[in-house]
Design a protein around this ligand. Structure first.
Ligand code: TGC
Ligand code: FAD
Length: 392
């Protein structure tokens, strides 16, 4: 299907809630996705390859650290702009949005928020431009939903720290120049360290054979007596709230991003249903097809309003982690269901790489698991409204 035919759904005129600047930013990213991502992304997925040549261009369009201040190489934009950028990137592919999420919210954000002035000046401009690629190491082979029980440890050796342990399922790991790694010190307190490629004892094996996010580079971070210079510790944060605060930012971006994938699936299914004739009429004329499409646009519209309102709350610094969990959980499930229903509307050809739906659907199976699983976010909501933790 030709790229130019894409028409983003806006059933409730949500555009009227956006500023001219928001629309300009969204338009620029959409144009770039049409030009640079759509033509190559199916083949990249089929080949299980990350399109590395897009990294510098992502930097050029302001997709890295859009809300980080300009003096550190960011674009100083607001939270709704960040959300719209994620939405447009994920309309292209969740892998591209993943790359930008990790770089912005999980690498630039902690360095900006918890790093020294020297660390900010050293890393942020190069991360913003795409000269450096970052990764975020929290999950371990035996500690996913419960990162507080992590085993990675470092000891203070005077002029350096000695880091041991491993992280798994890490986006960008095999291609990252630096990794923000969360590990426990000698007192058991979780701290953030910046680990650079090339440090002795540090390896990043790639995770292969994925059927989801095939255009994203995923791998492990393995630390065997890695000497990390003292100046690579993030001094501004102690405890699990450090990595979790980064997740708040990334989960917010995902809540917007998946709307892009859903809009692409819906638009594809709507166009197809008008053109595909069975029993002498377009399948769009059958009530069962209309039910699918009507339910999709209803859920997309609700997700758009939820994300926009959350963006306003984040701009006012009033969004709680639990509100972010609700939006991430709702919107990812919505997108996955839209992808599944859209795929059905296309029948057999829905599984083909000639259309984006199956690719989005497979990607969303990762998105519903990473950054906190669907059920973990439900339990966060449950904890927030009842005051009772299901985790203890
Ligand atoms: P708990 O005792 O609840 O919390 C520990 C401390 O953290 C605070 N906190 C937060 N702070 C900021 N933002 C948040 N979202 C926060 N959530 C909690 C909390 O107030 C507390 O502070 P304090 O001062 O009292 O110490 O911790 P817990 O061990 O009971 O765990 C709670 C739970 C299960 C909700 C948490 O561990 C969790 O969210 N688990 C899910 C793990 C997860 O999301 N991992 C994601 C890994 S990164 C990733 O997937 C990247 S994919 C990227 C891509 O490709 O796009
Ligand atoms: P588990 O925690 O083992 O959970 C398995 C199942 O048990 C889930 O259904 C879960 O909901 C359920 N469960 C667990 N605890 C409870 C409970 N208390 N109550 C009810 N049900 C429960 N991590 C990073 O640190 N950095 C990254 O860049 C990163 N990128 C990723 C990229 C991809 C493609 C993927 C797939 C994952 C990535 N992750 C990353 C890891 C991701 O965050 C974890 O997979 C996720 O947090 C879940 O952990 P787990 O896979 O170990 O599942």
């Amino acid at each position: 299907m030709a790229t130019t035919r894409y028409k983003s759904p806006d059933y409730y005129l949500v555009d009227e809630l956006l500023t001219d600047e928001h629309k300009l930013i969204r338009g620029a990213v959409r144009d770039w996705v049409n030009r640079a991502v759509i033509p190559i992304i199916d083949e990249a997925n089929q080949k299980h390859e990350f399109p590395r040549n897009l990294v510098k261009e992502l930097g050029e369009i302001g997709a890295f650290g859009s809300y980080i201040p300009v003096e550190y190489g960011g674009a100083g934009m607001d939270q709704i702009s960040y959300g719209l950028i994620m939405q447009e990137l994920e309309r292209g592919d969740s892998s591209i949005r993943s790359m930008a999420s990790v770089q912005s919210s999980l690498v630039m954000y902690p360095i900006y928020k918890y790093g020294t002035e020297e660390q900010r000046r050293r890393y942020l401009p190069k991360l913003a431009s795409g000269e450096l690629i970052g990764a975020f190491g929290l999950t371990e082979p035996n500690h996913g939903s419960d990162p507080g029980s992590m085993l990675s440890r470092f000891t203070d050796e005077g002029d350096h720290y000695l880091l041991n342990g491993s992280k798994m399922w890490i986006t960008n790991a095999p291609i990252a120049d630096i990794s923000v790694v969360w590990a426990k010190d000698e007192t058991g307190c979780i701290r953030g360290l910046i680990v650079e490629r090339g440090m002795k004892g540090f390896t990043t094996p790639e995770t292969l054979k994925k059927w989801s996010l095939r255009s994203s580079s995923t791998g492990e971070l393995v630390f065997a007596d890695v000497k990390v210079p003292r100046e690579n510790l993030l001094p501004g944060i102690k405890g699990l709230k450090g990595p979790l605060s980064c997740l708040s930012s990334a989960r917010y971006g995902i809540a917007w991003g998946v709307i892009g994938a859903a809009m692409d699936c819906y638009d594809t299914a709507l166009q197809y249903s008008r053109e595909r004739v069975q029993f002498n009429k377009p399948i769009a004329a059958f009530q069962l097809t209309q039910k699918k499409l009507a339910e999709m646009i209803t859920e997309i519209t609700k997700a758009q309003l939820l994300a926009w309102r959350l963006g306003v709350l984040r701009n006012e610094d009033r969004a709680t982690p639990a509100q972010i969990s609700l939006c991430k959980r709702n919107n990812v499930k919505m997108a996955l269901e839209v992808a599944r229903e859209s795929r059905q509307i296309l029948g057999a050809i829905g599984i083909s790489g000639d259309f984006p739906i199956m690719r989005h659907m497979m990607n969303l199976e990762s998105v519903i698991t990473y950054e906190g699983t669907h059920d973990i976010h439900l339990l966060i909501t449950g904890m927030d409204i009842t005051g009772e933790s299901a985790f203890e």
